[in-house]
Structure formats: C-alpha cells, structure tokens
Ligand binder design. Structure first.
Ligand code: GLU
Length: 291
C-alpha cells in the first residue's frame, strides 16, 4: 500500500505557526514513510474563505520547501462530488431533512434538562419536519452500542466517542446551503485515497463522525495522528482571530525550527542553515519518535 497523506488548510488567512505545525507534521510523516504528500485547499465554507489566502498559503509552503507531489485540490471545484455523496445517502435513507433552527435545538435541550449532560442534536426531525421547511440535511447516527466509535490515534492513543449521546445526527449540508466540513473531508480523503491523516488535535472531536460517515459511504478508514495544537497565552488554539501572526517567508528556518520544537523533535544544538539539512534531521527524528 502506498502511503498517501495530506495537509488540508482552510484559507481563512495566511499560514501561521499553528497551521505550520500541522503542515510540517504531515509532511514529515509522509517523508518518513517514503509516501506521497498532497495539499487540499478547504475553501468550502464560502463565508469564512478569505480571497487570496489560499494562494498565499501555497506560496509560503513552496518558499518553505514543502512541495506537494500532485497539484493541489480545491474543494470549491468539487461540489458535484459532494452532491453525489448526498444523493447516495438519500437513496439509502441514511440522511433526512431538518427544519430546526439553532434556537429551537438549544431550547429543546434545555427543556429536556440535558443541558449539562449532552449537546447532541435531539433528533426532532428524524421522523418528519413537523410542518417546518427543510433547512439542513442530517446523517442519522446509530443507537446503543453501534453508536460507539473507537479508533487508535498514533499520538493520543485509544479514543472513544458515543455518537448517539455526544454528537447526535449531524449536519452534512447546512441551512445556508454550504457543504459541511465533515462531508467534504470524507469524500475528498476517499477520492484522493488518503491512507494517513496527520492534523491538529482540535479536529480529534470530528474523527468519530468522519469514521462513521466513511462506513456509510463504503470508504476505507485512514490511520489517524492528531498533533498537539499551538495555543496562545490564554491557552486557546492559536488562530488568526486571536492573535496569530503571518509567518515571515524570508526566514523559513526560524519558523520551521519552532514548529519542530513544538512537535518535540530534537534537532541538536547547532541551528540548521539549509532547508535540506533541516528536513533531513527533522525527518529522521520524526521517524524515530513516531515509527
Ligand atoms: N481544513 C481544516 C482546518 O484547517 C483541516 C481539515 C483536516 O485536516 O481534516 O482546520
């Protein structure tokens, strides 16, 4: 089996140290496995996409010496694929239209006194829209033991999530007509024959949903590795919204060394002076650490 990995940034701003950590970890893992490394631009969320950000990210990656082995894939050009997957799930009865607003969902959870125990969608529209107009499409999650998804994360160890109590039927197409991340990412990972997913631990909570959706679509489940996210002074995941600054394209080794240090890689005492030297040392350290 050929290893195929990917880095899948959302173009909401320039690359920063947090996103560089995910890019570097996925790149090193692919190199350590003599595998293929791909880049996918996740510009599916129209309202969040910043014009020019994708080109900026691609230029920074190139400047940093991370070249994808195949041309980048753009989610905005793949709408027909997502529609096809939705039609398939419709035909098998695994999805249903939902007419609930956010407020209605919040209110019903409050009424059920479940506020502190679960935030799962209560399934109001499972058996019909109750006269409301359809807003979104939701995937029906299984019940009881069948709802428990387990997977072994290469960094974080064994993970378990109960889709019925912790998540509920989740949205694949949103009320604002946008494709949900969960659907797009599963369809694309399957189409690109991704075997290994390396990304930030903030996405850990989505993985059980993605594994279940893969099963619904008859797609294989890749191997997962979630790296620790970079946080700001308040312990929040670093993002453009909370103070992350764009990386200095002219000083790639500085940023790459910081990213490698975050990943716990020991690059020795003397700083690397070339990208090739850095990548050779970092790949060897990664292979030693992650196997
Ligand atoms: N586009 C997602 C993000 O930037 C990452 C998706 C993924 O790696 O699965 O947070």
């Amino acid at each position: 089996m050929t290893y195929r990995g990917r880095f899948a940034p959302s173009p909401t701003g320039p690359l920063h140290i947090g996103s560089l950590v995910s890019a570097l970890a996925s790149w090193l893992d692919a190199r350590a496995h003599q595998g293929v490394w791909l880049v996918r631009i996740e510009d599916i969320d129209g309202p969040r996409t910043v014009p020019g950000a994708a080109e900026d990210i691609l230029a920074t990656l190139a400047h940093f010496g991370m070249h994808a082995d195949e041309p980048p894939v753009w989610q905005s050009r793949r709408m027909a694929k997502y529609q096809q997957a939705l039609e398939h799930l419709k035909s098998t009865g695994q999805i249903y239209p939902c007419g609930c607003t956010r407020k209605e969902i919040a209110d019903s959870l409050l009424n059920a006194h479940t506020r502190n125990t679960t935030l799962a969608y209560p399934g109001t529209c499972r058996d019909g829209l109750h006269g409301k107009p359809a807003r979104a499409w939701r995937l029906r999650v299984p019940e009881a033991d069948a709802a428990i998804i387990r997977f072994e994360d290469r960094w974080q160890g064994m993970q378990t999530q109960d889709l019925a109590t912790e998540v509920g039927d989740f949205v694949l197409k949103r009320a604002d007509d946008q494709w949900a991340y969960q659907l797009a990412v599963v369809v694309d990972d399957a189409d690109e024959r991704i075997t290994h997913i390396v990304r930030g631990a903030d996405l850990m909570d989505s993985t059980a949903r993605q594994i279940y959706l893969q099963r619904c679509l008859g797609a294989p489940t890749p191997v997962y590795l979630h790296v620790p996210v970079v946080t700001n002074d308040h312990g929040e995941k670093l993002s453009k919204q909370n103070g992350a600054t764009a990386l200095d394209r002219d000083r790639p080794l500085e940023a790459l060394t910081a990213a490698a240090t975050h990943l716990g890689l020991d690059l020795g005492n003397s700083p690397h002076t070339t990208l090739d030297g850095f990548y050779a040392a970092a790949t060897a350290q990664w292979a030693k650490k992650m196997g």
